[in-house]
Design a protein around this ligand. Structure first.
Ligand code: FES
Length: 656
């Protein structure tokens, strides 16, 4: 019987007995530890580096030594000598390092598999609950070395490469089911056009990028082992882009800017309208978003020190109108009953067909939409927050100009959409502005004096700086505080008996409250909250509240177990104030979380893990759309929800 040795891999802790003479990479695989390779074990890529621990390890009951491995062969010795400096820079002792594809097990071993050599890499995503994202991109790279053609073997370049790739895939990923054969592989036309020259220029040694195990989307000369992709969330107001290393999940650059389509209409309805009434409307809107994305890609690439052409895949989330405009699909049927989308399912489109300045053969994956007003951004939120894996009932509110609200658990998910208007983003408010330097972002009001204190973006101290306006979070604060201290009654009306206070006054027949007098501001005018502003907030908060309540009613619930506030607004609103004015349903404050740009996170997750795209498709198809306007109680409840609830003291945590 073959002699057996104990091998332990760290940090996974996997251990077991392996036969004498087995390759170390094969031994790892037999114990469930997947070590990287892109060179078909030719000792040229260096992806399989491991560190051998020397000594007696009593807790494992073994003695591990370099001598328990076969000595480095010529190829491995050459690789380690060539890369000595790089190994030292990583803080490793070069004498500790071996290539797992070449070393054979001759005795007991304790082997450390560094993060970069692990195929099952994971990153931790901070969310309402911390979660691991397994790194499993749709593209894999393979280093392929071919024999040049001869008279005796004049095989065509593509067939020669396809055989080489298939062999490489088999060797790199042995044991996996359904690995492709040469005949299963295709090559993108743009790649095919460069193939002959690249092969000859590189002396028949190339790195190929294979998408979804079936299509070659890039051929680079020599060894090129870096892999990049980008995730995008196209919002009605803002576009956010994350440039990622697809091998380790790191975000290399995050860029955002205003959606340039805003000049053609502030909200989705006005953009749909623009595409209908202008002959070239759709084309104009499509071009605007593509241009902006290309600029963001260039900026992000520059920041990461790469070219935008190195980006090998893009994953896109966005509301259904943005989704249609990005894809150059006519959006007009989204704008009228029965509100029909062109497509719900996820899509894979070539970057060049959309005019995107990334690798022209690259795939653009667009997440599935759920309905005309519940888009791929909501799918992204679901993918990021995973309410479909929970036993508890989670209420997720993605608040922007429009709010999408999802309620559910692992058995059932329902969602609704409601317009909230631009007030929560600081628009259509007397002194409203977007959250930017100079905007008041927090307001509190003294209970007895009715004197305000405010904090301005860019200033550490309260009442410091010269404000020029007030952003959405502070308008909400101001309204909540004005209600708390009794400036407003439960219907949101100013109390006229407070007119002797210098902060409260009547102007043009309407009441207003002065947050900052002209002398303190940079605009030379008082910054005020008017009765009309209060009304705008009441409309927005009423819409949100009634939507959430209506969904809860479908579940027979008074309140959810957890509320997740997604979107930029969720990051800045004060949850205690949101509760006190009845903007969100009752829920213990410790169970309310701001989760940031979940839609963008969802796109990033789908970029990093190809299996998550299937999950996105399944979850999007499972969600039931609830049409709020069809609910018989909706109108009456909406009017009711505009009022403020009874004043209660919501206890703040001392550190908030
Ligand atoms: S050097 Fe490429 S797999 Fe070992």
């Amino acid at each position: 019987m073959t002699e057996q040795h104990t091998v332990i891999f760290q940090p996974s802790g996997r251990r077991g007995q392996v036969p004498h003479g087995i390759g170390l990479r094969a031994a790892a695989r037999s114990l469930g530890v997947d070590i990287e390779s892109i060179c078909a074990e030719n000792s040229t890529c260096g992806k399989c580096k491991v560190l051998i621990q020397e000594g007696t390890f009593e807790r494992y009951g073994i003695t591990s030594s370099q001598e328990h491995l076969s000595p480095p062969n010529v190829e491995e010795t050459a690789y380690l000598a060539d890369h000595k400096q790089a190994l030292t820079t990583r803080g490793w002792q070069p004498s500790q390092v071996r290539l797992a594809c070449q070393a054979k097990v001759w005795g007991d071993l304790l082997v450390e598999v560094p993060e970069e050599s692990r195929r099952d890499k994971q990153i931790v995503r901070k969310a309402a609950t911390e979660r691991q994202i397994e790194i499993k991109p749709s593209i894999r790279k393979y280093l392929v070395e071919l024999n040049p053609p001869t008279i005796a073997n004049p095989k065509a370049d593509w067939e020669r490469l396809a055989s080489g790739i298939a062999t490489s895939i088999q060797l790199v990923r042995y044991g996996e089911p359904n690995l492709p054969r040469p005949g299963d592989l295709t090559i993108d036309y743009a790649c095919l056009r460069t193939l002959s020259q690249t092969l000859r220029d590189s002396n028949w040694r190339v790195t190929v990028s294979v998408w979804q195990d079936k299509e070659v989307v890039r051929i680079e000369p020599g060894l090129m082992d870096t892999l990049y992709g980008a995730a995008v969330d196209i919002g009605t107001t803002t576009i956010a882009l994350y440039l990622c290393n697809l091998e380790n999940g790191a975000i290399l650059a995050a860029e955002s800017e205003m959606n340039p389509q805003i000049v053609y209409g502030e909200d989705v309805m006005s953009r749909i309208q623009y595409s209908i009434v202008h002959k070239e409307g759709l084309r104009t809107l499509h071009k605007a978003i593509i241009r902006a994305l290309n600029q963001l890609l260039m900026r992000a690439a520059r920041q990461a020190g790469i070219s935008a052409r190195d980006v090998q895949e893009l994953v896109v989330a966005g509301n259904t109108t943005m989704h249609h405009l990005f894809l150059n699909l006519p959006p007009q049927h989204l704008g009228h009953a029965p509100f029909t989308s062109t497509v719900y399912r996820s899509l894979d489109v070539k970057a060049r067909e959309l005019g995107l300045a990334i690798n022209e053969s690259a795939n653009v994956h667009v997440l599935p939409t759920i309905g005309a007003f519940i888009g791929a951004d909501t799918t992204g939120v679901l993918l990021a927050e995973e309410p479909h894996t929970q036993d508890e009932n989670w209420l997720i509110m993605d608040v922007g100009t429009n709010a999408e609200i999802v309620l559910g658990n692992r058995r059932r998910l329902i969602c609704a959409s409601t317009p909230t208007g631009p007030a929560l983003e600081g628009a259509h408010i007397e002194h409203g502005m977007r959250a930017a330097p100079g905007a008041i972002e927090r307001v509190v009001i003294g209970e007895k004096t009715l004197e305000p204190a405010y904090r301005v973006i860019g200033e550490e101290q309260w009442n410091a700086g010269q404000p020029k306006g007030i952003c959405g979070s502070a308008i909400l604060d101001a309204v909540a505080e004005m209600y708390r201290v009794g400036i407003l009654d439960a219907r949101g009306k100013f109390r006229s008996d407070l007119l002797e206070n210098p902060r409260i006054r009547r102007r043009s027949n309407a009441m207003e409250y002065v947050i900052a007098f002209a002398a303190e501001t940079s605009i030379g005018a008082d910054i005020v909250v008017t009765q009309k502003d209060v009304r705008q907030i009441q409309l927005a908060k009423g819409a949100l509240y009634v939507a959430a309540r209506t969904l809860l009613k479908q579940f027979g619930l008074e309140s959810p177990d957890k509320i997740l506030l997604a979107g930029a607004f969720g990051m800045y609103i004060d949850k205690y104030n949101a509760l006190s004015i009845g903007m969100i349903p009752a829920c213990p404050p410790e169970n309310i979380f701001a989760v940031g740009n979940s839609a963008g996170d969802g796109a990033r997750i789908a970029l990093l893990n190809v299996d998550k795209r299937r999950e996105a498709q399944e979850v999007a198809a499972r969600v039931t759309r609830y049409e709020l306007p069809n609910d018989p109680d909706f109108q009456a409840q909406f009017i009711e929800s505009m009022n403020f609830p009874e004043r209660t003291k919501v206890r703040r945590h001392s550190n908030e």
